[in-house]
Design a protein around this ligand. Structure first.
Ligand SMILES: Cc1cc2nc3c(=O)[nH]c(=O)nc-3n(C[C@H](O)[C@H](O)[C@H](O)COP(=O)(O)OP(=O)(O)OC[C@H]3O[C@@H](n4cnc5c(N)ncnc54)[C@H](O)[C@@H]3O)c2cc1C
Length: 417
């Protein structure tokens, strides 16, 4: 079923009785060519591009819960391509280009909104760093503009420009950055993959990975054994646990990241705004809620939930930057489990086990990566060669120390990225 304006109109006039489920609910087959563990954004986009770009059909995505229940449905929906270092820069540039054609490609409204993202700076040093970053982004072919305080005051008048502690010196704007509706991205990829013959199997937890003499044979699941020529681990915050089923110890720690939403308000925040002196970023959803997030809880945990100290910490940062936010009532907060690597950059690679592949380490930036991650991982799975846009996301960089991509310049510590 294709969506179109005419379809919406005719369905509206005939009681909306003609819509069908977006994807089938198949029983798992005994064997597949490729089994993807994890039905989050990255697993679903991998399945979609495997089928679409490489013509593969015998593919299953095994999801222990339901499609959209993981981080793909929990993030603050920011999409941008303003990374600094080679490796990340070309990858996120590739991803933004895929985002720009995504709705037409999937025939699905993911509400991709290029409303612009502004990263604020608050000192001469931060301004220098922003200028360097802007040059790097432009060298990559993407857009970056430096904004003066006078320009900012016109565009975003609600910031506190006059407070003494963190004065605003200017901002780095990327106009093509913005947001997308996160769960619609999961649904769009799921529907696209299903239409190309991929089996999406929900409520199917992988409990073991079968390996004989260094070669993968398939997986054990809560719904029985499934044979597979290739197995792809794409489970975000659960990466260490799933890799341990294959006897692997990953350079990943899992940490909780929380997000918050207020009651619906009239449009007041037109862009995505990031505070430069605290971990605070905010945008307004199409329903009107102010959606914002902060820092990781600074300890490793698998608890996907919020807590009061972080509510206070993030609310303080919000009040410092835009005191008007104090008038809004916070409705909800939640947490998601982040797969943090020591350098803050991801992994898309083969493992030392033949037929076993790894996609992990998205930290708190993996939503914007969903299209390119699936695109590049599908390329690796289908051809056994890395895609040029993800060529530096090697697993062995943490063993050798060569090729680390420490984007934040904070050193090799998981919870600092
Ligand atoms: C609060 C918050 C804010 C964020 N904000 C942003 C942002 O603004 N911009 C941005 O780019 N990124 C952001 N992120 C990060 C982004 O959401 C993640 O990096 C990304 O979604 C992770 O990839 P995924 O979608 O595949 O993960 P998930 O949706 O978590 O998918 C992994 C799936 O694997 C499944 N799974 C796990 N173990 C098994 C098993 N044994 N068997 C079968 N299935 C299993 C899980 O159930 C889950 O559905 C944010 C994250 C959070 C939590």
């Amino acid at each position: 079923m294709r969506f179109s304006a005419l379809k919406v109109l005719t369905q509206g006039l005939t009681g909306n009785r003609g819509w069908r489920a977006h994807w089938r609910d198949p029983e798992p087959a005994e064997a597949y060519d490729i089994v993807i563990i994890g039905g989050g954004g990255h697993g679903l986009s991998t399945a979609y591009y495997l089928a679409k770009e490489h013509g593969l059909r015998r593919i299953a995505v095994l999801e222990k819960g339901y499609i959209g229940g993981g981080n793909i449905g929990r993030n603050t929906t920011i999409v941008r391509a303003n990374y600094f270092l080679p490796g990340n820069s070309e990858f996120y540039s590739h991803s933004l280009k895929l985002w720009e054609g995504l709705e037409a490609d999937l025939n699905y409204n993911v509400m991709h909104s290029q409303r612009g993202q502004i990263g604020l700076f608050h000192s001469d040093g931060q301004r220098d760093a922003a200028i360097r970053r802007a040059n790097s982004i432009r060298n990559q072919g993407d857009d970056a503009e430096l904004l003066s305080v006078a320009q900012l005051r016109k565009m975003v008048p609600y910031l506190d420009y006059d407070q003494g502690r963190f004065p605003i010196y200017g901002g780095l704007l990327q106009r093509r950055a913005g947001t997308a509706r996160h769960d619609a991205v999961a649904w769009g990829y799921a529907r696209g993959a299903d239409q190309l013959g991929v089996d999406l199997i929900q409520n199917c937890e992988v409990t073991g990975i079968d390996i004989v003499q260094g070669v993968v044979q398939g997986v054990q699941t809560s719904r029985g054994a499934i044979r597979a020529k290739k197995v792809a681990m794409v489970v975000a915050g659960r990466s260490s646990q799933v890799a341990a089923m294959a006897g692997m110890r990953l350079p990943i720690e899992s940490h909780v990241l929380q997000a918050f939403v207020t009651e619906g308000l009239k449009p007041c925040i037109d862009h995505v705004i990031s505070f430069g002196m605290g971990h605070f970023y905010i945008s307004q959803s199409d329903k009107g809620g102010l959606v914002f997030g902060g820092d990781l809880d600074m300890y490793a945990s698998y608890a996907a939930r919020g807590n009061l100290p972080m509510v206070e910490h993030v609310a303080e940062a919000g009040m410092t930057l835009m005191p008007m936010i104090g008038k809004a009532r916070m409705l909800r907060s939640w947490g998601g489990i982040m797969d943090m690597t020591p350098d803050g950059s991801p992994i898309i690679d083969k493992t030392h086990i033949e037929g076993l592949y790894l996609n992990a380490g998205w930290c708190y930036g993996g939503f914007k990566a969903v299209p390119a991650s699936g695109h590049c991982f599908a390329h690796l799975l289908a051809t056994d060669r890395p895609h040029s846009a993800a060529a530096r996301f090697r697993l062995d960089r943490f063993r050798s120390g060569r090729g680390l991509m420490d984007e934040e310049g904070t050193g090799a510590q998981h919870n600092l990225h």
